[in-house]
Design a protein around this ligand. Structure first.
Ligand code: PLP
Length: 430
């Protein structure tokens, strides 16, 4: 009966927590925009004997013997990545998105150069920690400068980015975000980078699946290096992927290994190969488009429920709203939603007067629910529940009433990755 029979017999204590987490993931509305449900095939590849193998180096240039089957697997992943994204070169070894970004900086900024300046979107306005935030090592090894978004529209103001670039004269401009609900104009970023003689790094960690499915313009024609995670909208295993021009290929590969890492995680690389094959299928294009349709439907429902949606809507997979008009902080809103079975995270809104530990906003996304086959009608319902939950944050009866409805809805939309058995609902409150 168990989905994990071997863990259950070896380590019942772990198996119990695992089973309950499975049930939690199945019956909760996963609205965290960086999360998804990987397919059974991706998860199966992740759990294979490939994890036993050391293969430092690159195909046909390894420091260990026994690579007869590892080499073609890595080559397959590389080939599928370059084909899917139309890139010259791919490195599939980065352990995750953050190490991929570090490798990109190392590759793009020459060791002996005096110019170690990077210019990226500030954290509070939607950038990532690895974009030179003061608590990230990226700001210790490089000199970080930031641009923000427009104070009124909360959109990236490309004229202001250009002004900042002219001031800072960066070596690298980073285009990409962890919390930005609109299209990013990579062609514009390229023009700015060219004008100041900077290299362009596009970090598409959040939107890689949309780019692959043609639901967001691709940075590949413009950027020297493109980094991404593989587990967000791309729906693969937890990992990192770097795409780059032929001119950057050697520097990128050397930055990853031996620069920053040891042996590649071959099981993850195999699972990435599977995910890239899935992402090249016509259904994935439909998936990517539906993510955006759902995101718009969700933001419409929030607006109808009285929420202050940042930028007034969404063009991608992500919706950010300010919880303070509901009389709640972002954290209080996200906690109330969690009680109601609606899983999200508190996030700063642009120019947030509150601290990142207890910000004003709640960040939402539709990739995971879209993977379950939900559409605009379900988003409308969920948007309404979100507003009710944040408003009723002190009313436990109301929150639990929403939670039962959420669980019924989740039960009606099977999640990928659970083909081995649907977790029993009885585990939820055990
Ligand atoms: C998620 C994310 C990363 C980091 O990925 P990890 O796999 O969590 O290290 C980097 N950049 C952006 C824009 C992200 O959203």
């Amino acid at each position: 009966m168990s989905r994990n029979p071997y863990v259950e017999s070896r380590d019942p204590e772990l198996a119990d927590l695992l089973a309950r987490e499975e049930a939690r993931q199945y019956y909760t509305a996963k609205l965290i925009p960086s999360e998804n449900y990987a397919s059974n095939a991706v998860m199966e590849a992740t759990g294979t004997v490939l994890a036993n193998k050391y293969s430092e180096g690159y195909p046909h240039k390894r420091y260990y013997e026994g690579q007869q089957f590892i080499d073609p697997i890595e080559e397959m992943a590389v080939h599928r990545a370059t084909a899917l994204f139309g890139a010259d070169h791919a490195n599939v070894q980065a352990y995750s998105g953050s190490p991929a970004n570090l490798a990109a900086y190392v590759a793009l900024i020459k060791k002996k150069s005096d110019n170690k300046r990077i210019l990226a979107l500030s954290l509070n306005e939607g950038g990532h920690l690895t974009h030179g935030h003061k608590v990230s090592v990226t700001s210790r090894f490089f000199e970080a400068h930031h641009y923000t978004v427009d104070r009124d529209t909360h959109l990236i103001d490309y004229d202001a980015v250009r002004e900042r670039a002219l001031e800072v004269q960066p070596a690298v401009i980073v285009a990409g975000a962890t919390c930005y609900p609109r299209i990013i104009d990579f062609a514009r970023f390229k023009a700015i980078a060219d004008e100041v003689g900077a290299k362009l790094l596009a970090d598409i960690a959040h939107i890689a699946g949309l780019v692959a499915g043609d639901a967001h313009p691709s940075p590949v024609p413009y950027a020297d290096v493109v980094t991404t995670t593989t587990h967000k909208t791309l729906r693969g295993p937890r990992g990192g992927l770097i795409l780059c021009t032929n001119a950057m290929a050697r520097a990128v590969d050397r930055a990853v290994f031996p620069g920053l890492q040891g042996g590649p995680h071959n099981n993850t690389i195999a699972a990435l190969a599977v995910a890239l094959k899935e992402a090249a299928a016509p259904e994935f294009r439909a998936y990517a488009r539906q993510i955006v349709v759902n995101s718009r439907a969700l933001s419409d429902a929030l607006l109808a429920g009285g929420a202050r949606v940042i930028t007034g809507g969404s063009d991608n997979h992500l919706v950010l709203f300010d919880a303070t008009p509901f009389g709640a902080t972002g954290k209080q809103g996200a906690v109330a939603m969690d009680v109601a079975g609606l899983e999200a995270n508190a996030n700063t809104v642009p120019f947030d007067p509150r601290s990142p530990m207890d910000p004003s906003g709640v960040r939402l996304g539709t990739p995971a629910l879209t993977s379950r086959g939900m559409g605009a009608a379900e988003m409308a319902k969920i948007g309404q529940w979100i507003c009710e939950a944040v408003r009723s944050r002190d009313n436990e009866t109301e929150l639990l009433h929403i939670r039962e409805q959420v669980r019924d809805l989740m039960a009606a939309f099977p999640a990928p990755g659970f083909e081995g058995g649907v977790p029993p609902r009885s585990l939820l409150d055990a």
